[in-house]
Design a protein around this ligand. Structure first.
Ligand code: JD8
Length: 245
């Protein structure tokens, strides 16, 4: 997969992309990430990227021209998308809500272009005539699209074949199974008087699997009951849920 990012703050991406799994995926050639400074696509002496909002109001709006020109250049460069349209994603609070399902959808694409706005946002024509998709990572206010882009990239890249290596298959994650994860413990078996549940030390793998499943259901019921609507439960598990409600 090739990912191109448009931003006014390219340095923000250095840290996350030079750590652990993401960096290893890049080193192993599973993903290529190109970061483009929107400022490099301006032509005036002051490299102007923003301007006042038509109609007034506080704050500046990112101009369309450098963003359209950057995407034009990206379109010409790199591998073709196998005939399909180039996915151009604008990160914006007005976008469709990002989740595991959208991550899976994006992980199926050969290329992604992510546009990160700043200030009061981006000229509407970018969303209307350039972006093929608008995504929000959640209902809270960030200062720009960069951190949202990092969240999207992290969630998508770990789904690419070969990226997770020795770790569990991403198909077994919570939010894929639809339930929250069960509690996890490691050594020591007792810490400050707090002990690990006996069953986990028993070596009885069938009982452990049953206990974990029940913990996942109890936890989901308590913390995220709305998730249970989309989960397949056995008759016995349904009885447990009724009892907990
Ligand atoms: C892009 C500027 C700042 C400040 C309106 C848009 C995503 N889930 C999300 N929350 N916030 C963003 C996001 C915020 C952005 C930009 C994404 C560009 N801002 C805000 C208040 C006024 N602008 C986001 N994805």
């Amino acid at each position: 997969m090739q990912i191109d990012i448009l931003t006014l703050f390219p340095e923000m991406f250095r840290g996350p992309f030079s750590e652990s799994i993401l960096e290893r995926a890049v080193e192993r050639g599973l993903v290529r990430v190109n970061i483009h400074n929107i400022r490099d696509f301006t032509h005036d002496r002051h490299h102007t990227t923003d301007d006042y909002a038509y109609g007034g109001g506080a704050g500046m709006v990112l101009k369309p021209e450098p963003i359209f020109e950057a995407v034009d250049k990206i379109r010409e460069s790199g591998a073709a998308d196998g005939g399909g349209e180039l996915p151009v994603i604008l990160l914006t609070p007005q976008g469709r809500l990002f989740g595991q399902e959208v991550a899976r959808e994006l992980a199926g694409r050969r290329r992604l272009v992510l546009i990160c706005g700043r200030y009061e946002g981006v000229d509407e024509r970018v969303g209307q005539y350039l972006a093929t998709d608008e995504i929000s990572i959640g209902d809270y206010v960030l200062t720009g699209g960069e951190i949202a882009a990092m969240v999207v990239i992290d969630a998508v890249v770990r789904l690419l074949p070969g990226v997770l290596g020795s770790e569990l298959s991403p198909l077994e994650d919570s939010h894929v199974a639809g339930l929250l994860e069960y509690p996890q413990y490691t050594r020591p078996p007792g810490y400050r008087g707090w002990t690990v549940p006996e069953i986990l030390l028993s070596g009885n793998h069938a009982q452990i699997a049953g206990w974990r499943r029940e913990q996942s259901i109890r936890r989901t019921c308590e913390r995220r009951p709305e998730l249970l609507d989309k989960v397949d439960l056995s008759p016995e598990e349904k009885r447990l849920v009724e009892e907990l409600r």
